[in-house]
Design a protein around this ligand. Sequence first.
Ligand code: BES
Ligand code: ZN
Ligand code: ZN
Length: 496
Amino acid sequence: MKVAFAQSAAISVDAALRSQAIAIAFSKNEKEDFELEGPARLVSAIEEHFELNLLDELTFFSPTGKAGELFEIPVSDTDSLTERIFLVGLGDKGLNSIRLAASAIGRKVRGKSTKVFCACVNEITELKAFTISLSLGSYLWNQKTDKETLFPEFCIATENQSQLDDAVVIAKAICAARDLVHTPANIKNPAWLSEQALSMGKEFGFNVKVLAGKELALFGGLRAVGNSSPKPGPRFVELSYVPRSAKKAVGALTHVVLVGKGITFDTGGVSLKRPYDTMTAMKSDMAGAAALLATVSALAQLQPRVRVTALMMCAENALSGTSQRPSDVITHFGGTTVEVINTDAEGRLVLADGLAYADKNLDPDYLVDIATLTGAATLGLGRQYAAMYTRDQLLADSLGKIGTESGDKVWHMPLIDEYQDALRSDIADYNHTADKEKYSAGSVTAALFLEKFAGNRRWVHLDIAGTARSEVDAGENPKGGTGFGVHLLTDWIMSL
Ligand code: BES
Ligand code: ZN
Ligand code: ZN
């Protein structure tokens, strides 16, 4: 990863002049006049130093005031390093607009060694969104060997050091999830993913337990999918976070259990994906598990008074002599039998084991799964909203709100009981792929299937097939893995 994380800087002209670029924000007021934003005295001191009237300069560009609009003013001066001033539009100044503005600055200097001093925001909530999006916009991942990839440096004029530090923790976690998603599947097999978890556990101070081989005897779904690629085979990775201050009174804490789909590559198996080019994006089919690993790493640094257990269900869905067959019947953790219809619907099989394990062994107060589960979620909602399923309206409301504020937006979808019929099997407890012709609603029927394994828990399912990956560089997202879910889950758990 090549990305910069912000540091705080003094709210002073001297600090500003030590950077190659200074970013200042603007917006339109009710009278349709443009105004400069950010620490007011600092902004006018910068204008004085360069003998500039920034609003006059701005008018020259005929701005619209749209969030993320960015203009560049060259400046030169013998006693500073500053070569340019960026004027960035803050739109309606809502959090979404702040994110667009910050990511536009990040994108502008992505892959360059420019140091940017930002004098754009005042409020704490804005500072958090701004700091995170600044880094996300500058994120770059590649394995090119032809030239050294450079990366920028960011300083933010603020006195809120601790808020800035917390925002950087989240930004780093999102970028860590992106890195995991970008890593190609020839490197990223389930064993590699479990090793990443072990090393992040060591680095940030949370517990990691890995099960493999015979230890997975009861995990029929994970084995059925993962044994298609027996070397190294599937892994069950359990991450446990307990706050440092509450090691003894753990039982009294709210317990959140998260379950993530960690399919390191999804060929579809015997029901091979067609057309074949739909397979190329499938190294990202572990984005749910990656989001959990990153979230737990962030929590271990932020130390909320909650207990969190995250289950990464890691397997490759390969086409091989040991692949499962359409018509196989498998026994999940807890004993439920399932008739496998289409081996490309592998995500729900590995998640079913994780949910049943959580329900039977972990006594969760909240049970949340996150998965790149169905193409149907993308068909229904596109790439901006994840599909959220739960029967708990309060939980849906709170995740909906935190989603909008964090930028990881979720849409509450219905668990339609009329479609339960789709899960009927003549020979097993359930059939795992609903009859598509008759029901459509592939994301809904997948959610209904998962619900069978969640017991009576306060359960939420997040289908992130659309949001985990971006087709283009846009806003804070790079083309590729977005890190969706890390910000949402971290903020939600911090709010409990
Ligand atoms: N990993 C895919 C879902 C997916 C598709 C994620 C596109 C991201 C982008 C999942 O395993 C899958 O193949 N689902 C099938 C289910 C079907 C066979 C019932 C689907 O959505 O077509
Ligand atoms: Zn699949
Ligand atoms: Zn899949």
